[in-house]
Design a protein around this ligand. Structure first.
Ligand code: AMP
Length: 534
């Protein structure tokens, strides 16, 4: 009996076809034709797959299969032929497998995940394997972006892209959008609205490098707010019911009872959605970001943590109020509404200014109070969920040190074939050797990746798994946002958000930053922050 459903092979071949046409319009045509031909219950999956996703964005599911497992399974299947022709898998079969892998948890789950993955791969042909693995690594590499998928859905359904984009901002799942548009039609998309207790993606900020740049971008006048270094939260409230979500749309309500209480006691409106940041405060100073995370994730001794690391919330936006979406009101109006609902102590510190000196003072004040910097918000800007743009600009302190590369990991996805994740070391004068302080693959151009891969391979000492250990010769300048304590590294310290800013061929490895210097910087940084010990 023939199975009902589109074969995964057909999807893979379509990917190959799309990858090999360069015209944007042609890609859209191929995509939309495919979306129309698949069965209705496959539309959402296919739309997600084409957008390099397996599960909806708001879902907590993730595969948790690392590169090492993928290569191991692939290698073990090499040269194995089956005597029998295997039944081909449909798109739904593959999705069901992936879902099962993601849902496998608890003791022994790594082994069980690997077994499922092996069983899945053993049933796929070579072209199917190629695209499945790319999908697992989050990049199909067929030259299709989320925007292009939206255009294809528009082409397939006849619904204008801006309508689809709006609905997508509110639903946060391109799969559901595709299904609603193609099966349900225009009215279905038009009627999409924010649903309380289903979080939407927060608006994001782009990096700025000076106050002057901010004024230029925001045409001379702007709102500046402290940039708190904590956890972005979206709070939904209806009557007595309150839920708190993170920027990745995970629910954390039960971990933050203190924040729930603030909203319950101080935001009296019937229903609302607030956007803000929570940080930990001790002795009047913010505590390090990693301690806030510890507090949030804590399950054992939760109440001891609750007492020792009190959280504070600073709201800076309002998205929804008593049945009305207010994202299409300008920032200044949204702030006015917000400040009528909440007392100043629960709002982000902010000023509105057109004066360079005043702005500079405010920035200094943020840093001296132990915060990360400032965020500038254009006064007439709307709230654009999920969008990173110049309407919001962040200005942070950036520091750099020099590190030597101790090892590198083979990349996957777009960086396949390159050594791309670099283990960074500083010099420990006491021990007379280099010690690791972080890892990064950020900051280099494609040419630099290629060049550095060649250099590193010529310095290779030995290889283990996908890590190549090298002679410590190449020096890089590394920018970071903060130094953290690290039980993982022998050095005891780790760089947060490390990014390579330059390759310093001009420097010898023994000129890199010393561990002592890094420790000094760490203590200096702590002067502005409070430390916690429980
Ligand atoms: P970044 O994580 O460096 O991209 O900076 C953006 C993040 O800063 C946001 O996602 C928030 O979590 C955080 N943040 C802290 N204070 C504010 C603020 N006043 N306005 C907007 N975002 C803020």
């Amino acid at each position: 009996m023939l199975k009902k459903g589109t074969l995964f092979e057909k999807f893979s071949k379509k990917c190959y076809e799309i990858e090999n046409v360069s015209s944007r319009n042609m890609k859209i045509r191929l995509l939309s034709d495919f979306l129309i031909t698949v069965f209705p219950d496959e539309i959402a999956i296919v739309a997600r797959f084409f957008s390099n996703r397996i599960f909806p964005e708001y879902s907590n599911l993730s595969l948790d299969i690392g590169g090492t497992t993928v290569w191991k399974v692939l290698r073990s299947l090499e040269g194995q032929f089956s005597l029998f022709e295997k039944e081909k898998l449909t798109i739904m079969d593959v999705y069901t497998y992936l879902k099962k892998i993601a849902e496998t948890s608890g003791q022994g789950s790594r082994k069980r995940k690997e077994m499922l993955f092996r069983s899945l791969l053993s049933r796929l042909s070579s072209i199917e394997k190629t695209y499945l693995i790319r999908l697992i690594f989050g990049e199909l590499r067929i030259g299709v972006s989320e925007g292009l998928v939206l255009e294809s859905i528009s082409n397939a359904s006849g619904i204008p892209t801006d309508k689809l984009r709006r609905a997508y901002m509110l639903l946060g799942d391109i799969g559901e959008i595709a299904y609603k548009a193609i099966v349900g039609g225009y009215k279905n998309i038009e009627s999409v609205s924010l649903t309380l207790f289903r979080p939407i993606k927060p608006m994001l900020a782009e990096m700025a490098y000076s106050i002057r740049e901010i004024f230029k971008e925001h045409e001379g006048k702007t709102a500046l707010e402290f940039k708190y270094d904590g956890i972005r939260v979206q709070v939904h409230k209806k009557g007595e019911k309150i839920k708190v979500f993170t920027r990745r749309l995970n629910e954390i309500t039960y971990n933050v009872p203190d924040i729930v209480n603030v909203v319950m006691d101080h935001a009296r409106e019937k229903s609302l959605v607030l956007d803000g940041e929570i940080i930990g405060i001790k002795d009047g100073k913010p505590i390090a970001f990693q301690d806030v995370i510890r507090r949030i994730r804590r399950q054992r001794d939760f109440y001891a943590y609750l007492k020792n690391i009190p959280l504070k919330v600073y709201f800076f936006d309002i998205i929804y109020l008593n049945g009305e979406m207010i994202i299409e009101k300008p920032y200044i109006e949204r702030w006015n509404i917000l400040s009528m609902i909440l007392d100043e102590e629960f709002l982000a510190k902010r000023i509105i200014t057109d004066d360079l000196r005043e702005a500079d003072e405010f920035y200094k004040k943020a840093i001296l109070n132990g915060h990360e910097g400032i965020i500038a918000k254009k006064l007439d800007s709307f709230y654009e969920p999920g969008k990173r743009g110049k309407k919001w600009l962040k200005l942070k302190i950036v520091d750099t040190i020099d590190c030597v590369i101790l090892a590198a990991e083979w990349g996957h996805g777009r960086r396949m074939g390159w050594l791309s994740d670099y283990h960074l070391g500083v010099y420990d004068e006491d021990k007379g050797r280099f010690v690791m302080v972080g890892k990064t693959f950020k900051g280099l151009t494609d040419e630099e990746f290629e060049e550095i891969t060649k250099k590193l391979l010529s310095l290779k000492i030995y290889e283990e798994g996908n890590i190549v250990y090298v002679q410590p010769k190449i020096v890089v300048e590394v920018a970071y946002s903060e130094i953290q304590r690290s039980p993982k590294y022998e050095s005891g310290l780790a760089l947060r958000f490390a990014r390579i800013t330059r390759i310093r061929y001009d420097k010898s490895p023994y000129e890199v930053t010393s561990l002592r210097e890094l420790q000094e910087r760490f203590y200096n940084q702590l002067k502005f922050k409070s430390s916690v010990d429980i």
